[in-house]
Design a protein around this ligand. Structure first.
Ligand code: GDP
Length: 181
């Protein structure tokens, strides 16, 4: 990744959302095009670089993976302060993680300097059909869209497992981020 070696500005994008919604897996898919069935919990904060071409412009993103656990919240918080954009994930098969989105948005709005672009991401959409058949309450696409609208956020559903929409979600957010900064 040569972008990392140059002095070109890197935009800071922070991943947020409850533990186990798939933040580390999302980053692994985006940066290494891999998926692991069993990822270990992120301890504190970790980052990856990703270069993209956004509207014809080479763009470097520094993506921060924050741990979702309560005990790491204070660490995660400080990362929002200097963020240029946020990928806010929930798990479409875990209603609780969707209900907690509000708390995350409040924290992001509290901590960040300006109105930074937020991409709300409903992850694990590969699991939804089976989960519904198993009687698990899932978050529908339209609920996700509506919530995103109330926060003036972008919206997308992804699967870190099969890779669907991962790059699209990041590109879409990057387009907003580079417009703002
Ligand atoms: P994090 O705590 O938010 O970083 O979540 P992880 O990336 O550690 O993912 C938690 C678990 O969900 C792991 O077992 C992953 O393999 C699994 N997982 C993450 N994303 C997906 C996805 O899109 N589809 C499926 N089926 N499993 C996923």
């Amino acid at each position: 990744d040569l972008g990392y070696m140059t002095s070109e500005k890197a935009y800071r994008v922070v991943l947020a959302g409850d533990a186990a919604v798939g933040k580390s897996s999302f980053l692994l898919r985006l940066c290494k095009n891999e998926f692991r069935g069993n990822t270990s919990a992120t301890l504190g904060v970790d980052f990856q670089m990703k270069s993209l071409v956004v509207d014809g412009e080479p763009t470097l993103l520094q993506l921060w993976d924050t741990a979702g656990q309560e005990r790491f919240r204070s660490i995660a918080k400080s990362y929002f302060r200097r963020a240029d954009g946020v990928l806010l994930l929930y798990d479409v098969t875990c209603e609780k993680s969707f209900l907690n989105v509000r708390e995350w948005v409040d924290m992001i709005e509290d901590m960040s300097q300006d109105d930074i672009p937020i991409m709300l991401v409903g992850n694990k959409c590969d699991l939804r059909e089976q989960a519904l058949q198993d009687g698990i309450t899932c978050v529908s696409t339209s609920y996700g869209e509506k919530l995103a609208m109330t926060y003036n956020a972008l919206f997308c559903e992804t699967s870190a497992k099969d890779g669907s929409n991962v790059i699209e979600a990041v590109l879409h957010l990057a387009r907003e981020v580079t417009k703002q900064v």
